[in-house]
Every structure is written in C-alpha cells, then in structure tokens.
Ligand binder design. Structure first.
Ligand code: ADP
Length: 802
C-alpha cells in the first residue's frame, strides 16, 4: 500500500495556512503546518516530505533564506519547494526564488486548482520514488537470499571437495554436517554420522579423553584440539587423527556452530612412534654393558609395539643361541624357547635366523602361508609352530664390522598385523643400534680383559717378558724389573742380548712351548745381570709376535738348597769324625792281641766319652733347631744373675781349651739382674764362646764381658781369630749357613749355632749383633732386658763390693 505523502505548509499567517489546507485537502495527503522558517526547518529534521509550500515574506528567516538552508542539507536537498507570495512578483524576486532552489514560484492570488494540480504532481513523484525504493529493497533482499543460497552451496561444494574431513556441530556438540570425505572414510551414511554417531568410531582407549575434552570446549568455547584414533572403513583399522574445532559466534557473541576438521596423521604418528621407539631402544641399549640383559629389554620393548613376539639369537660356537624372547602372551614364551632349544639352527644349513646370519640379508615374509610351514622337521615342530600362530615374519641380521653375529626376528601372530617395507626399515635401524651396542659391549669387555690381564701381569710375582722376533724386549713387567734390578724404561726397546749376557746360551737352555697349553718344564740356570749372579727358573711360549718368557728368581732357594746339601756333607763329616774316633778307640780296646795298660785304656775310654758328648751336642743342636722352627720350645723368663751365668760358661769352656787360647771374664760390679731363661742364656753364651775358641785356630785371648747397658745387660764375646768379611755378617745367623762349608780351614760345624742363638735371644726379647774384620777377629754382643723386680729375684750371692 502506498504511504501518505506529507506536505509542509510554511506561512507566518494562520489564515494563509488555513486557505492552503482548504485547497490541498482534497489531495487526501497529510498536511503539516509551520508558522516560521525555523519551525519548517525543525519539522524537516524529523520527517520526509513530498513537497514544501513556502511563503516568501516571513519575519526573521524569510522564504528564500529558509529554502537555501533546506537545500544545504543532504537529506532535504531534493524535496521540491514551491514559493508562494503576494508581493514579490518582480522578476528579481522570482529569479532569486528559483536560484534558491524552488521548483515553482506562484504569486497570489492563485488558482487553487492549479496549485492543487502542481502539488499533486509532486505527491505522485514522491509516491513513485517511495514505491521504487521499496521495490529495490525487495529485489535486493531476494538477490541476497539467492546469493546466500549460492554461497552455502559453494561452501558445501568446497567442504565436499577438500581432501580433509570437515564437519560442523551444533552448540550441544552433536554433528549437523559432515562432508563427503567423512562419509567415505568411515563408510557411513549422512544420517548415520549426524548427531552422536561418531563416538562409535573412536578407539575405545581414546574415547573417554576425547569426550572429556570435547565437553570442555563446548563449555568454555575454547579451541578443541586432540589426537585420537578413528576407525577407517576401508581396512577396519584405527588410524591416528588430529581433530580441530573452532566455535563460530553469532552477532550477540553466542556460539552458533562449531566448525571442525579431522586430519589423518597416522603416517606422522607412526613415524613419531618409530622415532620414539628407536630412541627408547637406543637408551635401553646404551644403559648397560650387559648386552644379554639389554637385548632382553629390547625384545620386551618390541612387543607389542612392533611385534607380537620377538626373538633374538646370537652366534655362539658356530650355532645360534636364543638369548631373548618376548611374547605378548607370556605362556607362549616357553613355547618359543622350546622351539629354539629343540631345533637348534645350524648356521650352515638352517633357515630363518640362521639363513639371515649366513647371508647377512634381511628376510621379510608379509604373509606366512601353510605350505611354507611344510619345511618343518617333524610333527612336533609343526605343532609348536602352529600353536605359535605365525602370521607375518621379519628377520634382520645383527652386523658389526662386516660380521653377522646374530639376528632379531619379529613375528606377528594374534594381532593379524602384516609386515611391510616400513617395518623392515625400522627393524634394520633397530638392528643397527643393537649391533653397535653389542659390539661396543664386546669391545669394552675385551679391553677390560686386556686391562685385567695387564694388571695381573703387573701384580704377578713371576717375571714376564715378551721378546719379539727381532730379539727386542717388548714387555717387561714389574716382577721382571724387581728380579733383574732393571726398570722397564731401561730395557724396553733394547735387544735382550744386550741386556742379559750370554743370552743366546740361556735361550738355548730354556724350553719354549708352541702354545700356552703345551706343558714344558721350567729350567733353572744361573744368569748374570749387572754383575750379580741370579738363579733363574724359566720357560717360554711362542706367540705370533715373539716369545713370552715367564721366570722366577730362585737365587734364595738355590742358596738354601746348596746350604742343605752342604749341611748334609758337613753333618755327615761332623758325625763321622767322632764316630771314627769312638770306633777306633773301641776297636783298640777290644783287640785281643794288644795288651793295653790301664792308662792307655782310660785314655781311650775318655776319647769315647768325649766324642760321644760331641755327638750328643750335634744331635741336640739339630733337635733344638727343629723345635725352634716348629715353635715348640718353651721359654721361662726369670731374674738371673748375669755375672754368675757368664762365669759358669767360661768355667766350662776352660775345661777343654786348645793350646794358645785363653778365656777371660770381665763382669762389672753391681750389675742389675737380667730377665732371661737361664738355661737358654747359658746355651747362647756357650755357643758364642765355643765359636770364639773354634775360630781362633792360631790362638789368642777370648774375652767375655758383662756390662750394664741402658736398661739392659750386655754380654760381649770377643776373639782375635780369623774374623769374617763384612759382606757375610748378615747371613751367618741363617740356618745352616757357614762361611766355609767345605771346611777348607778344617773347622767343622753344623751352621746351626748362631741360628739357634739368634732365635733364643729373640725369644727372650733381646738382640744379638756382630762386628768383625777378616783376619782380625770378631765381637758378638747380646743384650737382654733388665729384670723388672730385683727385690723378688733370687740372688744366691750378695753383690760384690769393692
Ligand atoms: P758353625 O757350626 O759352622 O760354627 P755357627 O752358626 O755357629 O755355625 O756359625 C756360622 C758361621 O759363622 C760359621 O761357620 C763361621 O763361618 C762364622 N763364625 C761364627 N762365629 C765366628 C767367629 N767367632 N769368628 C769367625 N767366624 C765365625
């Protein structure tokens, strides 16, 4: 319906306005009065007018001024103005009227019909314009609607044609649109997908978290982003997807819809998983040098990610040994082990891991067919294999430094998964890591073994020396250095012949085995090193790089041995001499043809008695030394009178003094009592005095002194006899040691006297020492502690007074 047009009537006189109203009434439109130019402008602010009838003569703002203002305003510029005037009829006024924008200039008195007709034209024009505007609006709306439809279609087309899964959801989270891609991917109809049907496609493990996050986004309006597995229709497998959804908001800010996409990121996830798996495996392999244990850990890691079961075999003594098995089903681990144990694979002929090790080529069997299992040895093996339910198989060799030393087998059984090239690449990578780790562990073990061997070599008591093919010393251990008195630095790199005199001769004597296992008997030979004679017992083993000699220093043992043989000779001699005397005397007495007078007979009997004593002494020395060795000799310390003891010893010695030898005693007065076993002290002093006499074959005085030491009592026995070289003084206290074992000087002895003396003194907490000069005589000194409680001591005699 056409709206009423508004006509603005402007005149300062009410009667004029009435007149105009009366004239225009019949047009049936809305007439609005304004009694001044200002009022007219005000009215024009609020409403839209079809025409303005404007009086020219008005106080303040006249008609022309009012018209000019109207024309200045954008909104009112086009409203037609008709001037009405009674007076301004002259041309100037009329011209001004048109100039100020009038469409007509009507002078009074005017024909009401003409005025009505003119206004009527403007009304019609206005109504046409309004009509047109309305129509335009309608058309625009229709056009917009069409455009909207078109864009929605385009948008759907877009949605359907992009390779991504696109969907929209209502504010409650239910799907209201999915694109074509979604339908084909999940093998569902549009109706099945709309609403909440999607939840059935989510992997059960991921569903709770997926729903939880979706609800949270719905509640907060935050971007929804989550990676989860969705089941693809084509192969009914779950594949990783990244889903993102953004809320779309209306003008009032409320969420009107969610716009979402799903992207299949399976490849990326798999690559990531593999990367992570390799990283984990690398970590496990690097965590310890116990590679058998780490391999077992790796097998555990493989299952179930990469395989339903995994077995690792290593080459040992030409055959494969299964070092690790892991299975998704723990019960089947035993089965898998049984299979490996019952049917050990021979690397030369075996199939599976054995063939992989032999050829160093990986083996991939995506699908195991029943006829492949025909290669089984017997029904039992076929049964075990069938029980294991092998489905897909992959085996890669473990290769380090061009050597295959094992294989990792991956098997799919219950999961029904199938191995492909990607898996092969992953397995190869894992095998590479594992091989490096095992190789490192073995190298480390080897290095450790060598280091250990080197340490052992350094700590053994035997000298170990490696002489290379050129006769140059390449190894010289600590013991070798100690024995030879030559440091490693002094000899390494030198020819052995330059270090050890007569080496060629020695080398001919020392037996050399061809392998460490070959038994050889070490040979003892004297070797002179830096002017010292050593008795060395050694043998060698020939190696690729030369000969290793092991030897020990038997110098001490050799000397001891020599001493023993000397002792036997000496003792035999010592025993034979008195025995010969006894035998001779007895024979003489018993001879019937000789009539011996009593004096001679007594003399012979005295010889028998004396020599028997000598025999008894030798035997008792031997017994005593054996008691000392076994620690069976008791010591009974008492407070003794040193001077008295010494006097008794001197007294006894004087009874059988050879010619030209004298024994003197010089005991200090006021000597403290000595803490000693009197019997044993007497024996020590007697030994020293006997030696002093014995080793003074040319005669001379033997002086025995007893002095007060500082807290000790000191006994010295000095002679002017044959003396000893300084180099021998250290050794004379050794058992059986004699300076002159062959008795070139005709002085007999067992070499036990000083040994016994030293042991007895030591047991009495004392010391024994010697000073001597060859050809000038010797002085032996014994110091024993002073007795603690002199008052309780037995003092048979009153102390001598000056
Ligand atoms: P032996 O029975 O040979 O005398 P000893 O043990 O008493 O054994 O002495 C060991 C060696 O010490 C003797 O063989 C001798 O060579 C030397 N010896 C001991 N006492 C003297 C001494 N007073 N003068 C010179 N040499 C001595």
């Amino acid at each position: 319906m056409t709206p009423l047009a508004k006509i603005l009537l402007v005149d300062d006189r009410a009667e004029n306005l009435f007149a105009l109203e009366a004239i225009l009434e019949p047009l049936g439109q809305e007439l609005v009065r304004a009694e001044s130019g200002e009022e007219a402008l005000r009215r024009l602010l609020h409403d839209d007018y079809a025409a303005i009838l404007l009086d020219v003569q008005m106080p303040r703002l006249d008609g022309f001024q009012t018209a000019e203002l109207i024309k200045q305003r954008e909104r009112t510029r086009h409203v037609p103005i008709i001037f009405l005037t009674a007076i301004s009829k002259d041309a100037e006024h009329v011209f001004r009227g048109y100039e100020s924008g009038a469409v007509d200039y009507i002078t009074k008195p005017f024909d009401p019909g003409v005025l009505r007709a003119k206004v009527g034209v403007f009304i019609e024009l206005w109504q046409k314009t309004v009509e047109l505007q309305r129509h335009e609006e309608l058309v625009r709306k229709q056009e917009l609607a069409a455009l909207g439809r078109e864009s929605e279609e385009r948008y759907r087309f877009l949605g359907d044609s992009i390779p991504q899964q696109v969907w929209t959801a209502l504010p409650d989270g239910s799907l209201d649109y999915v694109n074509e891609r979604v339908l084909t991917y999940f093998g569902r109809t549009f109706e099945q997908m709309i609403g909440w049907g999607w939840s059935e496609l989510v992997h059960p493990d991921d569903l709770p978290r997926c729903v939880e996050l979706w609800s949270e986004s719905l509640r907060t309006g935050a971007l929804y982003e989550y990676e989860f597995r969705l089941r693809r229709a084509a192969d009914a497998t779950y594949r990783w997807h990244l889903t993102r959804a953004l809320p779309m908001r209306g003008e009032d800010g409320e969420i009107v819809q969610w716009f979402g996409t799903n992207t299949d990121i399976e490849e990326r996830r798999v690559a990531e998983d593999r990367q992570q798996f390799l990283a984990e495996a690398g970590w496990v392999l690097g965590s310890s040098l116990d590679y058998e244990r780490t391999l077992a850990d790796v097998a555990q890691l493989v299952v179930p990610k990469i395989a339903d079961w995994c077995a690792i075999d290593l080459v040992r003594d030409g055959a494969l040994t299964r070092v690790a098995v892991a299975h998704v089903d723990p019960l089947k681990v035993a089965l898998a082990r049984e299979l490996a144990e019952r049917y050990p694979a021979d690397i030369e002929t075996g199939t599976g891991p054995a063939a992989v090790v032999r050829t160093r080529e990986a083996e991939l069997v995506p699908e195991i067919t029943p006829d492949m299992l025909d290669a089984t040895v017997d029904d039992l093996q076929r049964e075990i294999v069938a029980d294991l339910g092998l489905h897909s198989y992959l085996c890669v060799p473990l290769v380090a430094r061009d050597q295959a030393f094992g294989a990792i087998s991956f098997m799919h059984a219950e999961s029904g998964r199938i191995y492909g090239e990607d898996d092969l690449a992953l397995a190869r990578e894992l095998a590479r890591h594992a091989a490096i780790a095992i190789d490192n562990a073995q190298l480390y073990e080897e290095a450790e073994r060598r280091a250990q061997a080197a340490r052992v070599l350094e700590s053994v008591g035997d000298g170990v020396v490696l002489i290379d093919r050129e006769g140059v010393i390449r190894l010289w251990n600590t013991a070798a250095a100690a024995i030879a008195g030559l440091s490693e630095a002094e000899v390494l790199g030198r020819r052995i012949a330059d270090v050890i005199p007569r080496w060629d001769e020695i080398a001919r004597l020392v037996p050399v085995a061809n392998s460490p296992a070959e038994p050889v008997r070490a040979v003892t030979t004297p070797v002179e090193i830096q002017g010292r004679e050593l008795w060395i017992s050694g043998s060698g083993v020939a190696l690729g790089e030369g000969i290793v000699y092991a030897f020990r220093d038997l110098t001490e043992e050799h000397l001891l041995e020599k001493m023993r043989t000397d002792f036997v000779a000496t003792v035999s001699h010592e025993l034979r001499t008195p025995l010969a005397a006894i035998y001779g005397s007895a024979q003489t007495i018993l001879r019937p043809d000789l009539d011996l007078d009593d004096a001679v007979r007594d003399e012979l009997l005295a010889v028998i008695a004396a020599e028997s004593d000598r025999l008894a002494d030798i035997v008792s020395d031997l017994l005593l030394s054996s008691h000392l060795d076994s620690g069976r000799l008791p010591v009974q310390i008492e407070s003794c009178d040193a001077a008295e003891l010494a006097a008794a010893v001197v007294e006894s010695a004087r009874t059988h003094l050879p010619d030209q030898v004298d024994v003197e005693l010089d005991a200090a007065r006021d000597l403290p009592l000595v803490a000693a076993d009197p019997g044993q002290l007497r024996q020590v002093l007697a030994n020293l005095v006997d030696n002093a006499i014995k080793y003074s074959p040319g005669g001379g005085a033997v002086s025995v002194k007893v002095e007060d030491g500082d807290g000790t009592v000191r006994f010295t026995v000095e002679d002017r006899g044959i003396g000893m070289p300084a180099s021998e003084l250290r050794r004379i206290f050794e058992k059986f040691y004699r300076l002159d074992p062959d008795m070139t000087r005709g002085i007999g002895g067992t070499g036990l006297g000083l040994y016994i003396s030293r042991e007895l003194v030591r047991r009495m907490a004392g010391t024994i020492s010697v000073e001597s000069k060859l050809g000038e005589g010797s002085t032996f000194a014994v110091e024993l502690p002073v007795a603690q409680q002199p008052s309780e001591a037995k003092r048979p005699k009153a102390p001598a007074s000056p």
